[in-house]
Design a protein around this ligand. Structure first.
Ligand code: ZN
Length: 229
């Protein structure tokens, strides 16, 4: 038996939500029509337990969202590249968040195998991340390996993001744009910053290299004090 209300109940809940929001603020919906200028782009996992707006308590209009299995930034994925370009070049978001989460089925499948063929193919890059960090991961029991790979994956995806042509071009023209990596804990509901914030400022230190990626890329650097919680 799957979780979730009956389909008809979804429509009823929608009507109740509209009534409640309108009671709080009669102009709420009219004000959404006027503009679409979200501050954030969220790149998260498709996992139903990690709803971007609910866990960040943001309103419609504040977060532009892209989700895929295991929150990956794959440089050949036309979908995410289009989302990135629209978010950064047109909407002018100021912050991009990559959010992974504990107990991620995609990360687990990359470690233990067993995903259906198409999903398994999508996890190819995640297995590369695992291989990059094999020395560290090999010594861990399965559950800890998943937990650690969730964080390493977020770090690598922020790094991948920093290397996309859209992000590089935004930084080159001086557009304000900061990249962040978060991990969400299902069992406690809390978000934690993994300390890979990049804002395109030229500096020697580079989060991707620090996480083991090793490439000598220009520009991105970690900001101090990014770890929270
Ligand atoms: Zn997941």
């Amino acid at each position: 038996m799957s979780n979730g209300p009956a389909y008809s109940e979804i429509l009823e809940r929608n009507q109740r939500w509209v009534a409640e929001r309108t009671a709080e603020d009669p102009a709420f919906f009219a004000s959404r029509v006027k503009e679409h200028k979200p501050r954030y782009l969220w790149i998260g996992c498709s996992d139903a337990r990690v709803p971007a707006d609910m866990i960040t308590q943001t309103d419609p209009g504040e977060i532009f969202v892209h989700r895929n299995i295991a929150n990956q930034v794959v440089p050949t994925d036309a979908n995410i590249l289009a989302v990135l370009q629209y978010a950064i070049d047109v909407l002018k978001v100021e912050d991009v968040i990559v959010c992974g989460h504990s107990e991620c089925g995609g990360v687990k499948a990359a470690v233990t195998g067993g995903a259906p063929a198409v999903v398994d193919n999508w996890l190819m890059q995640l297995r590369t991340v695992a291989r990059l960090h094999d020395d560290e991961l090999a010594g861990l029991p399965d559950d800890e390996r998943v937990t650690r790979l969730v964080e390493l994956n977020v770090r690598e995806q922020v790094y991948n993001l920093s290397r996309t042509p859209v992000v590089q071009a935004a930084w080159a023209r001086g557009q304000r744009l900061t990249l962040h990596g978060l991990v969400y804990r299902l069992d406690e509901g809390l978000l934690r910053d993994v300390g890979v914030t990049m804002d395109g400022t030229p500096a020697a230190a580079m989060a991707g290299a620090a996480s083991g990626n090793g490439a000598a890329a220009p520009a991105p650097r970690p900001l101090a004090g990014a770890r929270a919680g």
